[in-house]
Design a protein around this ligand. Structure first.
Ligand code: UFG
Length: 324
């Protein structure tokens, strides 16, 4: 297939590009490199540009005779979204509206969209299925939900076909390919724990009095390779019969912050010191996915669900991370 990947120089996007290129798809990446890395794009042409620019995107889609778009490009920091919501409405919602407009101009009808468990807000029941109420508690989640709704409405109005994938906690890496998390600033637990292990500095544990099995937050960590596999299946589903669908992507099995640190101790064989810190505002105690629908409809199965596997791949990448 001829595919445009927006945000293909970013963490999840770069893994996706490599997977598509490896399976023989013709891939073009559109990325403004505001957070992504040009050297993370493997097996695809990189075009530096902004999805907000309708004219140049539609030209790119036409020139490449693109058949489908996989859309990762977005601002994705919860804390930043609270401080600067307009950045999120502009880059995410207006940016995605521009992308869909460009797709319409170029006659491209299939889209796979990166959404987030952040659309659910504070869970009312666990595990969370797709019918769970969507009441986001921060602008990042609000913009993801707004984009989902816009896409559903565009599917109904224009015959666009879209698969919306709600990620739980993306983690892990492809150390063989030199791909992994290179966020700046890094805010995610697993890379921070591993950097603390490497530097022999303490890692902060945000909150130890949550109503969970050990008092720390539970998250459903899902390997980035499993996430990407679901995107490939979503593309195939749209090509075969899908019109619109949203799917949770998680393992259905959460780990606490302390369990992640324990896994990192096993993997790195280092001690890893803790610094018990106050709760981080806006963190729900537990987020665990019910991904039955993705299994049933897309035939998706996670193959790297063990937390030790996820942490081990991230550790291997961390030890050879560019710029270290
Ligand atoms: N945590 C720590 N110490 C740290 C960093 C994180 O204790 O140094 C804790 C957090 O408080 C949280 C857990 O580790 O309980 C996971 O935190 P992350 O920042 O790794 O991930 P989040 O669950 O906050 O974020 C994920 C996605 C976001 C998404 C968000 C919303 O990465 O894109 O879920 O549900 F928006």
């Amino acid at each position: 297939m001829r595919i445009l990947v927006t945000g293909g120089a970013g963490y999840i996007g770069s893994h996706m590009v490599k997977l598509l290129a490896d399976r023989g798809d013709e891939v073009t990446v559109l990325d403004d490199l505001s957070t992504g890395h040009a050297d993370a794009v493997r097996g695809a042409k990189l075009v530096r540009g902004d999805i907000a620019n309708i004219g140049s995107t539609s030209k790119l889609l036409e020139e490449n005779r693109t058949e489908a778009v996989v859309h990762f490009a977005a601002a994705s920091l919860v804390a930043e979204s609270i401080a600067d919501p307009l950045k999120y409405y502009t880059r995410n919602v207006a940016g995605t509206a521009a992308l869909v407009r460009a797709m319409r101009e170029a006659g491209v009808g299939k889209l796979v969209f990166s959404s987030s468990a952040a659309v659910y807000g504070n869970p009312q029941r666990l595990p969370i299925d797709e019918a769970h109420p969507t009441e986001p508690v921060n602008p990042y989640g609000s913009t993801k939900l707004a984009m989902e709704r816009m896409l559903a409405e565009c599917c109904a109005a224009y015959g666009l076909k879209a698969a919306v994938l709600r990620y739980f906690n993306a983690a892990g890496a492809n150390p063989q390919a030199g791909l992994g998390e290179r966020h700046d600033p890094e805010t995610h637990l697993i890379p921070l724990v591993l950097r603390a292990a490497a530097k022999d500095t303490p890692v902060s544990v945000f909150g130890t009095d949550y109503p969970t099995r050990d008092g720390t937050c539970v998250r459903d960590y899902i390997h980035v390779a499993d996430l990407c596999d679901a995107h490939v299946r979503a593309l195939d589903w749209l090509a075969a019969r899908g019109t619109y669908g949203c799917f949770n992507l998680g393992n259905g099995d959460g780990a606490t912050v302390l369990e992640v640190i324990e896994a990192a101790r096993r993997v790195t064989r280092k001690e890893i010191k803790l610094n018990k810190a106050p709760r981080r505002p806006g963190d729900p105690p537990s987020l665990v996915a019910d991904a039955t629908k993705a299994k049933r409809v897309l035939g998706w199965r996670a193959t790297r669900a063990e937390i030790d596997t996820i942490v081990s791949d991230a550790w291997e990448f961390e030890q050879r991370r560019p710029g270290v």
